[in-house]
Design a protein. Structure first.
Length: 275
């Protein structure tokens, strides 16, 4: 029963917050009669809510309560929650904490800023690895053998979504050089995101601190203002975890970055020899 509950709950997402019983039965590939009985049981136990007007199910309020309890019980979330509070205060934007398990990124903590117009985060949401700031952060430092987590094709969410793998890899090179990832309307067209890695004591990018903000507040000057705030928050989170940031150097840039990178490397080496 628990496995079935998990399967049913996984059908709901930001893009499918409500589902009809028939949709659920089709996606599960099970008889409608047995699915109806399951849904009624999950409704009675508070895991699902049923809207009489629309005839659709949505995630129940009990999950929100359990999510809040889990948010308080995770050591990582407890340790980094004050960092998010400061980031939301200093940036004036919604701050989130994102972690990755395999090919899935998950938002595990959210702090809202006192703005009249904010981008709402989704606790427990799954930002795509290739189209979100947090996803890019958690992908940028993967070993080459792990890049397969991205899959062979990249889902397009908006006209700005990067669906070409070489282009995405070049952007991840930039993320490693700068330490900050930016998503420009790539998951939701009118939403920008910015994130930076939190390093643990093993040298792994264990989480990403991010902010989300509407495109109307995404001018060049605003991005320059936000970038050091996000980097500072990530550095604070790294210090809390007793980690040390991995600093990329020009020599670490892959060959596809072009001959100009090699010229910079040679110039740097000549400069060091003169010094």
């Amino acid at each position: 029963m628990l496995a079935t509950l998990n399967t049913v709950l996984a059908l709901f997402s930001e893009r499918s917050p409500e589902l009809a019983a028939l949709d659920i039965a089709e996606r599960l590939g099970r008889p409608r009669s047995s699915v109806y009985r399951l849904l009624r049981t999950f409704e009675q136990t508070g895991f699902l809510d049923y809207d009489e007007r629309s005839g659709r199910y949505r995630l129940g309020i009990r999950l929100a309560a359990l999510g809040a309890l889990a948010q308080q019980s995770s050591p990582l979330q407890r340790a980094l929650h004050p960092v998010l509070i400061r980031l939301a205060r200093d940036s004036g934007e919604c701050a989130t904490l994102v972690v990755r398990s395999g090919a899935i990124a998950t938002t595990v903590d959210i702090v809202y800023a006192p703005q009249p117009l904010v981008v709402p985060g989704v606790l427990g949401g799954h930002p795509p690895l290739h189209a979100s700031a947090g996803g890019k952060v958690l992908t940028a430092w993967l070993a080459d053998g792990e890049r397969g987590l991205l899959g062979e094709s990249l889902t397009r969410y908006t006209p700005a979504t990067i669906t070409d793998l070489p282009t995405l890899m070049a952007q991840l090179d930039d993320v490693r050089r700068s330490g900050v990832a930016i998503a420009r309307g790539e998951w939701y067209a009118d939403v920008y995101g910015m994130g930076a890695p939190v390093w643990d004591h093993t040298g792994a990018a264990t989480a990403a601190v991010t902010i989300g903000f509407p495109s109307v507040r995404a001018g060049a000057a605003r991005l320059r203002q936000l970038k050091p705030l996000v980097a500072k928050a990530a550095a604070e989170g790294t210090a809390v975890l007793g980690g040390a940031p991995r600093v990329s150097t020009v020599e670490e840039v892959p060959a596809r970055a072009g001959a100009s990178s090699h010229r910079r490397v040679a110039s740097d080496r000549r400069r060091r020899r003169r010094d």
